[in-house]
Structure formats: structure tokens, C-alpha cells
Ligand binder design. Structure first.
Ligand code: MG
Length: 429
């Protein structure tokens, strides 16, 4: 490899991902302000750039702006996670064509390892952007740098400055120009630097990204710890945060939903938890991991007249597990006692912590719960795959019909890539 051909890291990020997915099968939304709502059509969870320009805030409850929306042409969609998840998988598989090392960082972002001269890398960035645009109809920006932190910074640059046409390679800038850019950006714009931390950094005279890059790493480690020290090195182009492959298991797995109609009894809540335990444990098994602890919670509405009530319980497993029975027991045993009959609960969730790959644990068979040895979870998954989601269930979840507390999604777009009966219709003139 010649000296000018270097290994670099690219960050590919879909612009306004949820809103862009909605536009793929509904081109009328192109150029219009679009928002996507949380489960049960509650709050705004994603905005197109046009919606941002209108001043629609993230998290604003839909009922507060729905009357105003038509006057400005604002369109809302229920969240269609099936569509987003499928399009996300397609983006990631296109990215695999460009690099053997792809780390899926979030639903719409991935880091890739690329090799080439600065000009070649810039050209590759444009090819990635065009491939995703023409094959999926999704707009992306590509940022390229010597480290993940630099790639994040480059991606932000590509998004902000229209002149770059969606791709920014930091290597294309002179040292002076790079200094100028970094000096213009406040330090809390940097990946991994929280606003809270930026106040403490300011007290040390570190205000901009350039200030942090040029700070003394030893002093930084003493004052702020190894994570911030790593940012200093990363900004200098020393790659410290390694790309994590497909085996990466994120540290938390959550299953949480709002109900279509409030849950008011312990018995109903027991059903909810049985279903959620099954679903969250399925996610764990799918990624081949186990959880060491969980938080289970339920909540009434924050917008109701009655006082807000949100009981929760934390539990630690003696042995990390993905067994639905263990997860259900840990979730319901204490939480159900804290549910007050007659109150209107509008959501519940199970959050698994300390998630790690299953094979990283070697424990004595003696400690494995009996149902786990019998692979109960896997069996449930298989039956549901074959006979549908309501065919089998644990305890209170084991009955057939859809439940009345399940989600309401009145403005749902077509799940056009995963359901035969919801394929998009094309009219030719
Ligand atoms: Mg994005």
C-alpha cells in the first residue's frame, strides 16, 4: 500500500431517517414538513428538515399542534417501525458492498472502514450516497476521517454545508482550514461531549473543539477521565475507538409501548407484562445475548388531571439470562403489587441492562433455570414464527385475540417492504 493510500473511517447517516422512510412510498411528502409520532400517536419523535424549520419541537405532544398543522401543511405519520427496520437493514446491506468492516451504530448510522487516497475516498463517499439514493430512495450524508470522532465531525459538516453535496472528507482540508473549522465549533458539538461536561471544560479554558484537540492529554485524563482523553487523541487523528463488528451487542434492550386504551387492573397489567417479557426476551435471543438485570415500569399519563403515577422495579439476575419465564417473574413479582387498581396506566416497559453475548458466560449447568435448559424461549419463538404472534404465550399472555390495550396507530403508512397486502401501488399515465 502506498503512503498516500490510507485506512480511514466513514460515518454514513441517513438524513431525517423516519421522515425520509415515509417519503419513499409516498412521494407527495417530498419537500413537505413531515413529523413521525411515537407509539399510540403521542408525541413527535422525528421531524423532516422542513418541520424543524417550522419550529416543531422534538417531543411535543401531537394533540397540541394537530389543529395548527393543516394551516402550515404539516403532515403526521404514525411510527411504522416495521418499515423503518426493514429499510435500515437494506441500507446496512448496501454498505457491506463497500467495506468488509461495517459497524451498525444505530438504526440509521454505520461506521465503515475504507481505504484509498483522499480523492478516492471522496469518490467512494459519493458512490455510497448515490447507491442508497437510487436503490432505496433515501438521502444520506457521508463523513470521512481518521477516527470515529473525526468521521462524526465530518458527517456534521456534510449535513450543514450544502456546497459539499453530502460528502465530507477531512483529509481534503489543509491544516489551517481544519484549525479554522474546529475553532468555530463549540466543544459540546463533539460526539460524546455532554453539555454538562462542556461547562467543566469551559472552566479549564476549553471552549471549542480545537481547544480540546490541543489540550494536554495527561491533564485531561486527570481532570475528566479516560473517555475525554480519548476524544483528544481521536481529534488528532489517532484512532482509539475501534470499530466493533456484527458481534457487538448493545448494552441495553428495551421493549416499551403505550396502550391504545388505558390498563386499569392488575390482571390486565399481568397480561401486558407477560407479553412484553416474551417480546423483550425474543430480542435478546435473536442477538444471542443475555441480560444481567432489568427495570420494569408502568406509568399513567403525564397530561391527565390525576397525579402522575409511575411504579417501577429493579432486579438483578443471579445468572445472566434470556429466559422469558425468569424475565417475567422478575418483572411482575414486585411491580404488580405496586399497581393501584382503578388508576389509568397508559404505558409499560421492560428495560434489560448489562446485556452481553451469551457465549461470554460459562456457568455451571447447576445454576441454569430448568425452563432455560428446556429451551422454552426458543420453542415459543418457533411456534410464533409458524402460527403467528397470538398463537402461544406465557401465563396470562396465552390467548388468541389481539388485546384491547395494544397500540393505536391511526396515521400508519404502508409496511410496503415487509407485507404482501400492503405493497405500494404505482399508477402509470
Ligand atoms: Mg440520521
Amino acid at each position: 500500500m502506498s503512503d498516500s493510500s490510507q485506512r480511514r473511517i466513514a460515518l454514513v447517516d441517513v438524513n431525517s431517517f423516519f421522515a425520509s422512510c415515509e417519503r419513499v412510498f409516498d412521494p407527495k411528502l417530498m419537500g413537505k414538513p413531515v413529523v413521525v409520532l411515537s407509539n399510540n400517536d403521542g408525541c413527535v419523535v422525528a421531524r423532516s428538515s422542513e418541520a424543524k424549520a417550522l419550529g416543531v419541537a422534538m417531543g411535543v405532544p401531537w394533540f397540541k399542534i394537530s389543529a395548527w398543522a393543516p394551516s402550515v401543511g404539516l403532515v403526521a405519520r404514525s411510527s411504522n417501525y416495521e418499515l423503518y427496520g426493514d429499510l435500515s437493514a437494506r441500507v446496512m446491506s448496501i454498505l457491506q458492498e463497500f467495506s468488509a468492516a461495517v459497524e451498525v451504530y444505530s438504526i440509521d448510522e454505520a461506521f465503515l472502514e475504507l481505504t484509498g487516497t483522499p480523492e478516492e475516498l471522496l469518490a467512494t463517499g459519493h458512490r455510497i450516497k448515490e447507491a442508497i439514493q437510487t436503490r432505496l430512495g433515501l438521502p444520506v450524508c457521508v463523513g470521512i476521517g481518521r477516527s470515529k470522532t473525526q468521521a462524526k465531525l465530518a458527517n456534521a459538516g456534510a449535513k450543514k454545508s450544502a456546497g459539499m453535496n453530502g460528502v465530507c472528507n477531512l483529509d481534503m482540508f489543509s491544516a489551517e482550514k481544519l484549525d479554522f473549522i474546529m475553532a468555530a465549533l463549540p466543544v459540546d458539538n463533539l460526539w460524546g461531549i455532554a453539555r454538562r461536561l462542556s461547562k467543566r471544560l469551559a472552566a479549564q479554558g476549553i471552549h471549542t473543539i480545537k481547544d480540546l484537540r490541543d489540550a494536554d492529554p495527561v491533564r485531561i485524563k486527570k481532570k475528566f477521565g479516560v473517555v475525554v482523553q480519548r476524544s483528544v487523541y481521536e481529534l488528532r487523528g489517532i484512532d482509539c475507538i475501534k470499530l466493533e463488528g456484527e458481534r457487538l451487542v448493545k448494552n441495553q434492550v428495551m421493549y416499551s409501548r403505550s396502550f391504545a386504551t388505558p390498563v386499569t387492573t392488575r390482571k390486565q397489567m399481568e397480561e401486558v407484562l407477560a407479553v412484553y417479557a416474551q417480546r423483550v426476551s425474543k430480542r435478546l435471543r435473536k442477538q444471542g445475548s443475555v441480560a444481567g438485570a432489568l427495570t420494569c415500569f408502568a406509568g399513567t399519563s403525564r397530561f391527565a388531571n390525576e397525579p402522575f403515577h409511575s411504579p417501577y422495579v429493579n432486579a438483578v439476575f443471579s445468572i445472566p439470562t434470556n429466559d422469558p419465564v425468569e424475565i417475567l417473574k422478575a418483572s411482575s413479582s414486585v411491580l404488580l403489587n405496586r399497581i393501584e387498581e382503578g388508576r389509568k396506566y397508559v404505558r409499560a416497559g421492560i428495560l434489560l441492562h448489562d446485556v452481553s453475548p451469551k457465549e461470554s458466560h460459562q456457568y455451571l449447568d447447576l445454576f441454569t433455570p430448568v425452563h432455560e435448559r428446556r429451551q422454552l424461549g426458543e420453542t415459543l419463538d418457533k411456534v410464533m414464527e409458524k402460527h403467528g404472534a397470538f398463537s402461544i404465550g406465557l401465563g396470562a399472555a396465552g390467548f388468541k385475540s389481539a388485546r384491547e390495550w395494544e397500540m393505536k396507530r391511526e396515521m400508519l403508512s404502508l409496511r410496503a417492504t415487509t407485507r404482501w397486502d400492503e405493497l405500494a401501488t404505482v399508477y402509470a399515465k
